[in-house]
Write a protein that binds this ligand. Structure first.
Ligand code: IPM
Ligand code: MN
Length: 355
């Protein structure tokens, strides 16, 4: 099965972590029926400096003609906020990637890095955040900015709510979750009122799944108080942005968290949640696991290979027993640089795929 992968390494630590993800994909190709052809599609801040755009037409053509996009990070400290980063929003909008899947799983052998006390971790943390990815404030409708006033319009449509909420219930069914939680602010925002109504309409079509809704402020508290209560969590664009960063630190480091920007059946984009991390860029110490677990999501969502996806996750978990990058370091376990961490995971996946 031949797949063309567009690769946008981007800025900062992007290239360092994406290189490890590519190394892993080459091994997967050696041990499976997959064949990957990688095509570089430069985007981001460095590209903006050269060409005056963060998404050159040529790169976007490569992306549109690929089977999936592997993305690193966009952002440079010497550019105004958003100049580089907006490439992510453009790709999401242009390709209509309405799902942002952001799983947060605390590996048992990383519990020492979770900032919560044992009593709050409880039975463990394994949550799939499903964030609406094209509507709300991110659609940038009617934005106004002058010296006296600034506004953004938050618009949610029935179509936009239905498709993301439906995906969430289907996801819960696929992964045998018992409950779907919807996070909104229906005590204030009109879009949340429509969202909540649609959540219940669609939820009623899944009588075997429990459904609950919760206000975003309360959810932020419950996420650190009893994270084990949540399985599939579906929410709007801005709330999803915020709670997924909160969740990402619960699994030990932002560097561990992966994401998929997905439109089922179309070109989708896979990227670590962390940004370009300019403070550590070029030092070869970034954690490549967020990028590697994004490949897991690519295999699972775009290429429907659940077994390889699972082996990637298993290999990461096993590798953490023998070595870790500095952001999750532990006494008695080797501290590794970016490529050593990648190599260790590769060693594990070779063993696992051979079986
Ligand atoms: C993310 C990022 C983006 C977002 C930024 C870079 C615009 O924070 O992917 O979560 O807010 O969606
Ligand atoms: Mn974010």
């Amino acid at each position: 099965m031949k797949k063309t992968i567009a690769v946008s390494k981007g800025d900062g630590v992007g290239p360092e972590v994406v290189n490890e993800a590519i190394k892993l994909m080459k091994i997967i190709a050696d041990y499976s029926e997959f064949e990957f052809e990688f095509q570089e599609a430069p985007v981001g801040g460095n590209v903006w400096k050269k060409y005056g755009t963060n998404l050159p037409e040529k790169s976007f053509e490569i992306i549109k003609n690929s089977d999936a996009l592997l993305f690193g990070a966009a952002g440079l400290p010497d550019l105004p906020p958003g100049v580089a980063e907006s490439v992510i929003l453009k790709i999401r909008q242009e390709l209509d990637l309405y799902i942002n899947l952001r799983p947060i799983k605390l590996f048992d052998n990383l519990r020492d890095r979770c900032p919560l006390k044992e009593e709050f971790i409880g039975e463990g943390i394994d949550i799939a955040f499903i964030r609406e990815n094209t509507e709300g404030l991110y659609a940038n409708k009617g934005a106004v900015l002058n010296n006296d006033q600034a506004e953004n319009l938050m618009v949610y449509t029935r179509k936009g709510c239905e498709r993301i909420i439906k995906y969430a219930f289907e996801y819960a069914k696929r992964f045998k979750h018992e409950k779907v939680t919807s996070v909104d602010k229906a005590n204030l925002l009109s879009p949340s009122k429509l969202w909540r109504q649609i959540f219940h309409e669609i939820g009623d079509e899944y009588p075997t799944l429990l459904k609950e809704d919760i206000y975003v402020d309360a959810f932020c508290q419950w996420l650190i108080r009893a994270p084990y209560k949540f399985q599939t969590v579906v929410t709007g664009n801005l709330f999803g942005d915020i709670i997924s960063d909160e969740g990402a630190f619960l699994i030990g480091s932002l560097g561990m968290a992966s994401s998929g920007n997905i439109h089922p059946g179309k070109v989708s984009m896979y990227e670590p949640i962390h940004g370009s991390a300019p403070d550590i860029a070029g030092k070869e110490i970034a954690n490549p696991i967020g990028a590697i677990l994004s490949v897991k999501l690519m295999m699972q969502e775009s290429f429907e290979s659940i077994s390889i996806a699972q082996e990637i996750e298993n290999s990461v978990e096993e590798a953490l027993l023998f070595g870790r990058t500095v952001d999750i370091k532990k006494e008695g376990i080797n501290t590794l640089n970016t490529s050593q961490m990648g190599d260790l995971i590769i060693q594990k996946i070779k063993e696992n795929l051979k079986k």
